[in-house]
Design a protein around this ligand. Structure first.
Ligand SMILES: Cc1cc2nc3c(=O)[nH]c(=O)nc-3n(C[C@H](O)[C@H](O)[C@H](O)COP(=O)(O)OP(=O)(O)OC[C@H]3O[C@@H](n4cnc5c(N)ncnc54)[C@H](O)[C@@H]3O)c2cc1C
Length: 387
């Protein structure tokens, strides 16, 4: 029986997980590996932080999705891939064989992204002591833990929240942390955004102005012109020598692909992403494919946005079957400009596409509609209520 192994049950594997009944009917064995029973949809993660969504509304029960459709789900993490033996080794030590492997291992927030590589973090935010609340933007589950921490602290006093990063994730987290602090009679948060050189510096001027205006209106301070050097004992240290004490700190300093490929000796790009060709097929190992943040698309770099992971779904579905069945592969076309909407908390958004940009409630509604549709598409009976 040909064995299809899905390493990671994230955004790029949604169509594959939906198609398990057809794959099984064709005689393929499908196994998926994921660290948790649920996969969180990042597009709605900041909204969960800000209280718009509950965790179950924005996550996919991937174990059920796989098992109820005839596949096998292994709750574990991929440690290494041994392509010569066609085997994936899991953190538990279990070895899982494959004929064709598809990787959707995502990305992580590195702890050494500051200019001098000196972000000192607790081993894990879960293990951190109560006074040292440092939360990376990924995995998205961390935003739920951060929300609980903010609600708890802001019940008694106004708290300080520092967000390290100057990109869209940092903007969304700052806005939603601010919203969380005001919930249920909370005393609120003083939010500072440590944006490095400039907030949203790769975005058009119009988008940047909309973001600055919205943040200013809420009293969120944007610190530009100096990068974060380190985060230690509840303090953010900047390169310019300033130190800012915080109750809660978020790290949204960008992401890097899963380190698994480099350690496995596969052909990777400089940042460690699995190098794939136009068929999303590994340049070094034809029985390995990949999608989402963990790959580097050799024909041209792609931004690390969920939009591409989603667009890659049908191509991965086709090509993995084609590889198992000896048929020809389809090329992935990244497509043109994509719509970006930032959820900045409090029911407000900022929309941007091809020179058009506006902010306000309508922008958030559009995002909410699109995001809920995505969840429903792969989870027909998803809950739809908001709080
Ligand atoms: C706060 C935030 C908000 C964002 N909002 C948007 C947005 O609105 N729109 C947008 O387009 N993009 C958004 N992004 C970017 C988006 O998150 C990523 O581009 C997207 O998640 C990539 O999808 P993926 O499936 O490759 O990775 P992921 O969503 O990270 O999924 C990877 C999966 O692999 C699993 N995994 C990780 N390591 C292992 C392992 N070793 N073994 C097995 N499984 C493993 C993870 O648990 C996860 O389930 C946002 C990012 C952040 C941080």
């Amino acid at each position: 029986m040909p064995r299809l192994l899905l390493a990671g049950a994230g955004h790029a594997h949604m169509a594959l997980m939906a198609a398990i009944p057809e794959l099984v009917a064709k005689g393929h064995q499908v196994t998926a590996i994921g660290p948790g029973e649920r996969h969180y949809y990042s597009g709605m993660g900041p909204g969960m932080l800000g209280g718009t969504y509950q965790p179950e509304e924005i996550s996919f029960p991937v174990r059920d999705m796989v098992e109820s459709r005839g596949g096998v789900f292994l709750q574990d993490k991929v440690a290494t891939i041994e392509p010569a033996r066609h085997v994936v080794i899991l953190e538990s030590g279990h070895e899982e064989p494959y004929d064709v492997l598809s990787c959707n291992l995502g990305s992580f927030v590195p702890q050494d992204l500051a200019a001098d590589g000196n972000i000192a973090l607790p081993e894990s935010p879960e293990g951190a002591d109560a006074s040292q609340a440092v939360f990376p933007a990924k995995p998205i589950e961390q935003l739920w833990k951060a929300r609980r921490r903010i609600l708890e602290l802001a019940r008694d006093r106004q708290i300080r929240v520092g967000v390290c990063g100057g990109g869209p994730a940092a903007l969304e987290i700052a806005g939603n942390a601010w919203a969380a602090g005001r919930e249920n009679g909370g005393k609120g948060c003083v939010v500072q955004l440590f944006a490095g050189r400039k907030l949203l510096r790769t975005m058009p001027e119009k988008v940047r102005r909309l973001a600055e205006k919205a943040l200013l209106k809420r009293g969120i301070e944007v610190m530009e012109g100096s990068y974060v050097r380190s985060v230690q004992s509840g303090e953010i240290h900047l390169e310019n020598g300033q130190q800012h004490a915080q109750d809660v700190i978020f790290l949204a300093l960008g992401v890097q692909p899963s380190p698994v490929f480099r350690t496995s000796g596969l052909k990777v790009s400089e940042d460690g992403g699995l190098l794939v060709d136009q068929y999303l097929q590994s340049l070094s190992h034809p029985d390995i494919f990949g999608g989402g943040d963990c790959i580097t698309f050799a024909p041209g770099p792609l931004a690390k946005v969920g939009v591409y992971a989603v667009r890659q779904n049908p191509v991965l579905l086709h090509n993995l079957q084609a590889q198992l069945e000896g048929r020809s592969l389809k090329a992935f076309d990244p497509g043109g400009a994509y719509l970006l909407i930032f959820n900045i908390g409090g029911g407000q958004g900022i929309l941007h596409k091809s020179g058009i940009a506006f902010g306000g409630r309508a922008a958030f509604w559009i995002k909410d509609y699109i995001d809920r549709k995505f969840i429903k598409k792969f989870l027909p009976d998803a809950p739809s209520k908001t709080r």
